[in-house]
Design a protein around this ligand. Structure first.
Ligand code: TXA
Ligand code: MG
Length: 344
């Protein structure tokens, strides 16, 4: 199969993408977070292709992407008032809500759960395509399962050339980490995955938020968790990744004491001079956390190279979007963290 890449300025892009989706084909779509591998979310055969092409475990449900807030009612029931308030505040945008699923949503989309994750992405071309196709689009992040997410059309092409018919190239993703997931099916709202909408922003609207344990710790692969995707090793290059916490100076001392040929250092732009002899790679500026979230996955993909033995990574501190960056890096590192302040 030949994989075609179309840009939004192509006249035929909306029609071609919508026709592919309604025909049951896969289409990779841009969003503000990461690229998604989309299919008609109401068509079990189309959804099955996502699992097959991505190599995704069958127990990991998909997010249903909708074009407008009102479509939430087509696929979810017993929608709490808090969901409408969140939609009003953050949609279109990087927020996914888990709600009770209507019968119309097939079991393969929800991996058999009674709930469905819905999101209205802040990407005009993708919402136009969904509207034109008149179907909700089930889409996981477009990376091969377990690999760092795709934040450019080229990343998607690298993972799926010859396996999918169409990629829509919307340029690099603005946010760069996946959407925030909040479960609204229990008495209290629960954060299942931090992302582009920060915990502080959610609390400002909800007044309350529990953080699921899968966000902060490694979860056993046989455990029963709220967001099945959170228990898999994720976002990771093939080699070992170790986060080095602590002050700039102490971290540099530690990394220099451990560094061996073939290792790489994933650091902030401001730190590049400190690691001139350690093959450093910057993923953004520490002083500009958005640049770190936007650059993280491209950097992790670059480090996914058999020539790289070990990666020492620097991670931003604090809340806001830094919380999502910490979560992704900790998962990439399988929660292996060295405190440089205590290590030497
Ligand atoms: O930003 C995003 O959310 C991107 C773009 C493409 O929209 N999508 C994305 O999808 O990150 P994916 O499949 O890589 O991650 C979805 C996560 C998984 O951890 C999955 O287990 C969880 O959402 N999830 C999906 N449906 C769920 C449900 N009904 N209940 C709990 N968790 C659910
Ligand atoms: Mg993913």
């Amino acid at each position: 199969m030949e994989t075609q890449i179309l840009r939004p300025d192509d006249d035929m892009v909306v029609i071609t993408a919508a026709m592919n989706l309604t025909a049951g084909n896969l289409v990779a779509l841009p969003t503000e977070t990461v690229y998604g591998l989309g299919a008609n979310g109401l068509n079990p055969e189309a959804v099955a292709k996502i699992f097959q092409v991505k190599g995704r475990p069958q127990d990991n449900p998909l997010i249903l992407h909708i074009a407008d807030t009102e479509q939430m009612e087509l696929f979810c029931h017993d929608i709490p008032e808090s969901a409408w308030r969140l939609a009003e505040a953050f949609w279109p945008g990087p927020l996914t809500m888990v709600l009770p699923a209507k019968e119309i949503v097939p079991k393969c989309t929800t991996a058999g759960l009674p709930t469905v994750a819905v999101r209205c992405p802040d990407c005009e071309i993708t919402r136009q395509i969904i509207r034109h196709a008149k179907i909700p689009v089930a889409a996981p992040s477009a990376n091969i399962s377990g690999k760092p997410s795709t934040t450019t059309a080229q990343h998607v092409y690298d993972d799926h050339n010859g396996k999918i018919p169409l990629i829509i190239d919307g340029g690099p993703c603005r946010v760069g980490v996946e959407s925030t997931i909040v479960d609204l099916t229990e008495e209290r709202p629960r954060l299942l995955r931090p992302g582009g909408i920060t915990p502080e922003q959610l609390i400002a609207v909800l007044g309350d938020l529990i953080v699921d344990k899968a966000v902060t710790a490694q979860i056993d692969k046989d455990a029963v968790v709220k967001a099945p995707g959170m228990k898999y090793r994720h976002y990771a290059p093939d080699c070992q990744v170790i986060i080095v916490a602590g002050s700039r100076e102490k971290a540099a001392n530690y990394i220099h004491s451990q560094y061996q040929a073939g290792d790489r250092v994933l650091c902030f732009e401001e730190e590049l001079p400190l690691y001139a002899c350690c093959n450093p790679l910057s993923y953004g500026k520490e002083a500009d956390v958005e640049s770190l979230s936007a650059g993280l996955f491209a950097a992790l993909r670059e480090l996914d190279d058999p020539a790289v033995h070990k990666v020492y990574a620097r991670c931003p501190e604090g809340g806001g979007i830094a919380y999502a960056v910490q979560n992704r890096l900790k998962k990439a590192a399988a929660f292996q963290i060295v405190d440089a302040e205590a290590a030497l």
